[in-house]
Design a binder for this molecule. Structure first.
Ligand code: CS2
Length: 475
């Protein structure tokens, strides 16, 4: 985008950038709609040096969009009474790691930084999805172990920065994972310690003793920003902001209150600080993200472009309801203060908000990294309870059909996944069940799973997604 649309000025910062107290890895749309908004409100309510240094581990796009605006951007909240734009100014600077990895390590090692937070997506942890262990054979992990001065991975940057702090006798920072992973704090801690042990066992001991990795549950539906969004904002607000994000009004942040050196007053902006996040996280991952992935694969194969299109289709609305009430809620521990059927009813209202154009294709991305926590754990729990979850098994079959790379009209599917090539080259159900990074041996070898999965896959091949959904909701 040019610096400003032909007839609109570029957004500019209105106030001095706040002193940096947080380094955030992953400056994408969700971070801007979520962490940056909560932190902006927390500073407005209660002050504090919680300016964010946002770091991209890959692309210069976010920096190129935000730098000309001094880090300011627009959060556009969508609801039935129309778009509500608000300028957010919690981002103080933006770095692009591949351009200057050392600058990122220095920023994270700076004594003023109390928190390093992450929205790096599931694949950013370089872990094995089925076990949570660090994937030591990941090419970037191998690179970082040999070149810690110029990391490429989040885990490499975190260990390099903590090494620098520890060597200088500094305080630890808190590592705050904000990604859709079960026990995301423990998972981040495990991968960091795995890496540190391979690099410097004494440092690993110091990290294990001193660095908190609180878990969080994060929730705000935020589609990728499109050019149409940027133009829409220019029309309603009178300025050009390519870094804007359009998102639902709903947001929920549940955070384990375990910080090394303070935190912003996020609770003043509505975040919930709790002792144990796990039950909330499981509820969200299985009820929201599990049905999201189900609708992504079955909806895409049935030719439905957005989540709104899927849930306003009676067959697919029935699929969601049946999944929640017959296969998902029964596997969940009761989170404090939540009513699970009411939570799912609210989810359906959120999914039906057609002002949010959340594409099935976008949610279908990175399925190899998402399936274990969104679908496979729930399936395993159902089977352990002696119940056959045909709907969730149909969703896995739909993922297998999707990653084959051809849709029901015979057209190619643009499959985005770190394992896309291997998945596409695989030969059907039994081959795909052989991916131990995704399917545990126990589940993959369980005949109570294999047989209905094979049948569901064959039904998708012969009758298509819509017929398979119709058959499932009629059961
Ligand atoms: C979605 C999530 O893209 C996806 O995989 O399921 O980004 C979802 O929109 C968020 O978790 C909602 O909080």
């Amino acid at each position: 985008m040019e610096d400003g649309l032909p007839d609109k000025p570029r957004l500019k910062r209105s106030c001095e950038a706040p002193k940096v107290g947080i380094v955030h890895l992953g400056p994408g749309a969700f971070f801007r709609a979520f962490n940056a908004v909560y932190t902006d409100e927390a500073m407005a309510n209660a002050g504090g040096d919680w300016g964010i240094c946002a770091v991209s581990l890959r692309s210069p796009t976010a920096r190129d969009q935000l730098d000309p605006q001094g880090g300011a951007f627009t959060s556009v909240s969508l609801s039935e009474d129309g778009p509500k734009p608000r300028v957010i100014e919690s981002i103080s600077r933006v770095l692009v790691a591949p351009e200057d990895p050392n600058a990122v390590v220095d920023a994270m090692a700076d004594a003023g930084v109390k928190i390093v937070s992450l929205t790096i997506t599931e694949k950013g942890y370089c872990h094995e999805p089925a076990t949570g262990a660090l994937n030591r054979t990941h090419p970037d992990v191998m690179h970082d172990l040999a070149n810690i001065a110029a990391p490429r991975t989040a885990v490499g940057f975190i260990v390099a920065a903590l090494a620098k702090r520890h060597a200088a006798g500094g305080k630890p920072f808190t590592v705050l994972s904000c990604d859709n992973l079960p026990s995301n704090g423990a998972l981040a801690r495990g991968t960091v310690l795995d890496f540190a042990r391979a690099y410097d066992p004494a440092l690993a001991d110091w990290i294990a003793e001193n660095v908190p990795f609180p878990a969080t549950m994060v929730d705000r539906i935020t589609p990728a920003t499109t050019d149409a969004d940027v133009e829409k904002l220019a029309e309603i607000a009178g300025y050009h902001d390519p870094a804007c994000v359009f998102h639902e009004a709903f947001r929920q942040w549940v955070i384990e209150d375990d910080f090394a050196d303070g935190r912003p007053a996020w609770d003043s902006a509505g975040a919930q600080f709790v002792k144990d996040v796990d039950a909330h996280e499981l509820m969200k991952l299985r009820c929201l993200n599990g049905t999201h992935s189900t609708m992504a694969y079955l909806g895409y194969l049935a030719g439905l472009e957005t989540i709104g299109d899927v849930v306003t289709d009676p067959d697919f609305a029935g699929l969601c309801e049946k999944l929640w009430h017959e296969e998902i809620i029964s596997t969940l521990p009761q989170p404090d203060g939540e009513d699970l059927p009411a939570y799912c009813a609210t989810l359906m209202d959120r999914f039906k908000d057609t002002s949010i154009r959340h594409k099935t294709w976008q949610i279908a991305m990175d399925g190899s990294q998402k399936l274990p926590q969104r679908l496979l754990g729930t399936i395993a729990d159902n089977l352990a309870q002696g119940h056959l979850p045909n709907g969730l098994i149909l969703a896995v079959a739909a993922w297998m059909r999707y990653v084959g790379g051809t849709d029901e009209k015979g057209d190619p599917i643009d499959v985005r996944d770190p394992m896309a090539d291997q998945l596409k080259a695989s030969d059907g159900v039994f081959d795909l069940l052989g991916f131990r990074d995704i399917f545990s041996e126990t589940l993959a070898q369980n005949p109570a799973f294999r047989a209905p999965l094979t049948a569901a896959y064959a039904r998708l091949q012969s009758q298509g997604a819509r017929a398979a959904v119709k058959e499932y909701i009629a059961q």
